[in-house]
Design a binder for this molecule. Structure first.
Ligand SMILES: Nc1ncnc2c1ncn2[C@@H]1O[C@H](COP(=O)(O)OP(=O)(O)OP(=O)(O)O)[C@@H](O)[C@H]1O
Length: 608
């Protein structure tokens, strides 16, 4: 079946190019393999040795049985017509089969537990690490591509840890055991058959590099598919309102087809490995029959030895073929672990000094001294900002879009570090304090309020999980959110879906105010929503703000004239610089940039 690649516009293609997801291509790396296997360390005293003992029992039984059937049962009991020996052998062989069954049962059980545990630990480690990475990391990657590494890449290691590693041990023991027995039974026959080994070696080495690359391409395509899916679902409203479903569908089809084709290619290469091994097996068997028959004729070996030899030869190809499979699993594991370790090796760009101090009981005085900042080397977002926000003041940041308001807020929370200059709180440089203690003192209310899936109560308590439900309701009452919450069918226990789509913008904002009030931070950063709301809601939000801003330093990225007017200090930004500062009256009298901004907004408001 072939899939036709649909046509997609150039723009759409560019939109979904993820530079961070290029194929990582390094040669087979033992260090990396060892690092991966170190995740089995916690189980080295229980699950790992238990599984290995079961593997050893099982392998030993498998190695003994053909010898008992050929050399003992055929050559001794049947040829000599020894009924007693035959019965004893039947009992022993049956007993060994039962032992092998039991050993196998526990091997599978414990190996599965081992695999699941390792996957659980690895995923937990990766998630914890990613959660602590800086904003820069998330700026550069789509949520979908991060999701792929935490889910798919780790899932693909499951088979390796569940079966691969232990099978590898079993197969190596089986292979060595079978070789020794084959040589003991008939060195000439063994040597004749071993001629095929170099062919096997050639097949595996030539295919393996190829197969590894194909699996990497598969992961890349999967990551692209997930990223697209994630964006498509999150942006579905925009897609529908701009009637871009067709374009979106075409792109999805394209990514889906690429994913499908990469799988097909990788599976095709994978599928070539086993038949090749089987082909060599067939050649080996032909050599065995042809050469073995002549050895029996000149009585170099007995029929029983020949039969045992045939059994062992079958067992010889089996681990070789399975080793090929394990090798593939290792290759797939390598591709995934490269991608997992790339994330694990990612260091947060905002790091904490070992000597970092705890920021406690602050007043809330913020100072910027000659702060420069650039997100990338090409453009400066802030150019030599110096400012002072006194404790308890309400400070408004105003300016055109892209002038650097959010950047200032981001630097106060230390989501990024300034390229030069210093930022301090109560005179302490932010670089000297622990990140956790700093962020505990700061509450952030974003323009696009994030509501988590769960109840409204849970969403408010997110600000301070230690607070009681009564305190949460108190906070909601203080910001005037209780009215609409109590009118909901289940009140505070109403379930809201992720992003709170069932709530209005104003309602979401009131919930986020209650959340921030409950956290009671000394510094509050508030990105005011730009969405226009009706006068009644505007009034409610203004009243809520008054409660929220009391007794703390508030930095507001302000869009509403009513908020700006009440601010103690206003900083007017333009292209990363402060061009004016003062209170509303002072700035209006100046008749500069602020004056024109206010006039423009006033004209807009009266027009709408
Ligand atoms: N994560 C980022 N990576 C790279 N550049 C960024 C990033 N965030 C913002 N910028 C750039 O930095 C500059 C300042 O952006 P900032 O978000 O601070 O502006 P703003 O004044 O808050 O704008 P708005 O009012 O539209 O929110 C802009 O030129 C913007 O394109």
């Amino acid at each position: 079946m072939s899939k036709k690649q649909p046509r997609v516009s150039e723009n759409a293609i560019k939109r979904f190019e993820y530079s961070q997801d290029q194929i990582i291509d390094k040669p087979f790396n033992w260090g990396q393999m060892l690092r991966l296997f170190s995740y089995m360390k916690p189980y080295r005293k229980n699950l790992l040795p238990f599984s290995m003992i079961m593997v050893l029992i099982n392998t030993a039984v498998r190695l003994i049985i053909p010898l008992l059937i050929g050399v003992y049962t055929l050559d001794r009991a049947i040829v000599n017509k020894d009924a007693k020996l035959l019965t004893t052998l039947v009992v022993i062989i049956s007993g060994l089969y039962v032992a092998s069954y039991i050993a196998n049962f526990f091997r599978i059980k414990w190996m599965n537990q081992l695999g699941q545990n390792v996957i659980y630990d690895l995923r937990k480690h990766l998630f914890t690490h990613v959660q602590n990475l800086s904003h820069r990391f998330f700026d550069q990657r789509s949520a979908g591509s991060i999701l792929v590494r935490i889910m798919n890449d780790i899932n693909s290691l499951q088979e390796l840890f569940t079966n691969g590693v232990i099978n590898l041990l079993m197969d190596v023991i089986l292979l060595i055991g079978v070789m020794i027995i084959l040589f003991t039974l008939s060195p000439e026959l063994t040597l004749a058959i071993m001629v095929i080994l170099p062919i096997m070696f050639f097949i595996s080495t030539s295919l393996r590099r190829n197969i590894r690359k194909s699996w990497q391409v598969v992961r890349l395509k999967q990551s692209k598919l997930n990223s697209h899916l994630n964006e498509s679902i999150q942006g579905i409203r925009v897609t529908q309102s701009f009637t871009q479903e067709q374009e979106n569908m075409a792109f999805f089809d394209g990514v889906n087809t690429e994913n499908f084709q990469s799988w097909r290619e990788a599976s095709r290469k994978n599928a070539m490995f086993r038949p090749m091994v089987e082909l060599t097996n067939a050649v080996g068997t032909a050599v065995l029959i042809w050469f073995g028959a002549s050895l029996i004729q000149n009585e170099s070996i007995t029929i029983g030895e020949f039969v045992s030899f045939a059994f062992y030869l079958g067992m010889f190809w089996e681990p070789i073929s399975r080793l090929g499979q394990v090798y593939n699993q290792l290759l797939m594991g390598m591709a995934s672990s490269e991608r997992i370790f790339e994330f694990l090796d990612e260091k947060p760009i905002v790091s904490q000094k070992e000597t970092a101090i705890e920021l406690e009981n602050i007043q809330g005085q913020i100072e910027f001294d000659q702060v420069e900042f650039a997100y990338d080397s090409n453009r400066k977002a802030l150019k030599g900002i110096s400012l002072e926000m006194r404790a308890g003041q309400t400070v408004a940041l105003v300016g055109h879009t892209g002038s650097g308001k959010t950047t200032i807020a981001n630097l106060i929370s230390r989501f990024y570090d300034p390229t030069s200059g210093t930022i301090s709180i109560d005179g302490t440089d932010l670089k000297d304090v622990s990140l956790k203690s700093l962020r505990k003192q700061i509450g952030v209310v974003l323009q696009d309020t994030f509501i988590f899936s769960g109840t409204i109560m849970e969403n408010i308590l997110f600000g301070n999980p230690e607070a009681s439900e009564e305190e949460a309701k108190e906070a909601a009452r203080a910001v005037g959110a209780n009215g609409f919450i109590e009118r909901l069918p289940n009140g505070y226990e109403t379930e809201v879906e992720e992003r709170g789509n069932v709530l209005s913008v104003g309602e979401r904002q009131l919930i986020s105010f209650a959340r921030a009030l409950l956290a009671d931070p000394k510094i509050l950063i508030l990105d005011e929503a730009t969405a226009s709301i009706d006068t009644e809601s505007e009034q409610k939000i203004q009243n809520a703000l008054k409660t929220l801003l009391k007794n703390r330093t508030a930095v507001i990225i302000a869009h509403r004239l009513s908020t700006i007017r009440e601010a103690d200090q206003i900083f007017v930004l333009d292209h990363g610089e402060i061009i004016e500062q003062g209170n509303h009256e002072q700035l209006m009298n100046l008749q500069g940039e602020y004056y024109s901004l206010v006039r423009a907004q006033f004209t807009m408001n009266t027009a709408s």
